[in-house]
Design a protein around this ligand. Structure first.
Ligand code: PEP
Ligand code: MN
Length: 264
């Protein structure tokens, strides 16, 4: 099935790239990023306002102010926006500003949040829990659907393993598994799946080749000064390079999708 967010359609004829900073930090930062990623071909803007951080001593996001800045940057560039909602009590506030609600890895199994997010009527980007199996993820999606909201896009963002070379281990095979288990669009987040800037392009190419429905990529105007996830954030020129890099692959992807539609 396809999932619509404004004029963007996941699971359809176009490969969808969502891009933006890990966190909204300032009006200038989100505005400049939005303009640059839109020009480079991103179809949606991301940016966290409420950040689920493992440490209480680091930046927690701009909160409501961040939501407003994100929505403004989205309107200015024509990009629908996605941002994380961390608790059921935040759903109304986040849904007021966002076109799509992101349920983060740490929240995939939060039943109260899944229920409240479903009730908002907004399309949902459900990220895989870092220790969740593909079956558990499919069940979380099913819970949202049973609460009346079938507009769900799944996101493979890496899982915890014994490997230490990357932040998480990208479980690329989860893409076709989840597509078959759920019939929902599945995108890949190479930024959180690797935690390493230089690994984003190869994982992104793999995601296109394995027939994912899109990507979500962290981009920052000055990653060295980013308040969160700088090491895995692409600069704007690097994001442009990434889009060029995946272009021959997305061309083949589009042809295959068109053929699949013609046969169906
Ligand atoms: C994020 O998208 O910035 C994020 C916190 O992702 P995850 O929930 O996958 O860790
Ligand atoms: Mn992040």
């Amino acid at each position: 099935m396809t999932v619509r967010v404004g004029k963007v359609e996941f699971g359809g004829a176009d490969f969808i790239v969502i891009a933006g900073p890990c966190a909204v930090e300032s009006e200038r930062q989100i505005q400049e990023t939005a303009e640059a990623v839109a020009r480079a071909g991103a179809k949606m803007l991301r940016g966290g306002a409420f950040k689920p951080r493992t440490s209480p001593y680091v930046f927690q996001g701009l909160g409501a102010e961040g939501l407003k800045l994100l929505a403004r940057a989205g309107r200015a560039t024509g990009l629908p926006v996605v941002t994380e909602v961390m608790s059921d009590t935040q759903v109304d506030l986040v849904a007021e500003h966002a076109d799509m609600l992101q349920i983060g890895s740490r929240s995939m199994g939060n039943e109260a949040l899944l229920t409240a997010a479903a009730a908002s009527g907004k399309p949902i980007l459900l990220k895989r829990g870092m220790s969740a199996t593909v079956e558990e993820m499919a069940e979380a999606a099913e819970a949202i659907r049973q609460h009346g909201n079938p507009q769900i896009v799944l996101c493979e963002r890496g899982i915890r393993t014994f490997g230490t070379a990357t932040r998480n281990t990208c479980d690329i095979v989860a893409v076709p598994l989840l597509q078959r288990l759920t019939d929902l669009p599945v995108i890949v987040d190479p930024s959180h799946a690797t935690g390493v800037r230089d690994l984003i392009a190869p994982v992104a190419r793999a995601a296109v080749a394995i027939d994912a429905d899109g990507l979500i990529i962290e981009v920052h105007i000055d990653p060295d000064r980013a308040l969160s996830d700088g090491a895995q954030s692409l600069t704007i020129p690097q994001f442009r390079e990434l889009m060029d890099d995946i272009q021959p692959f997305t061309e083949i992807w589009s042809k295959r999708r068109a053929e699949a539609y013609a046969c169906a």
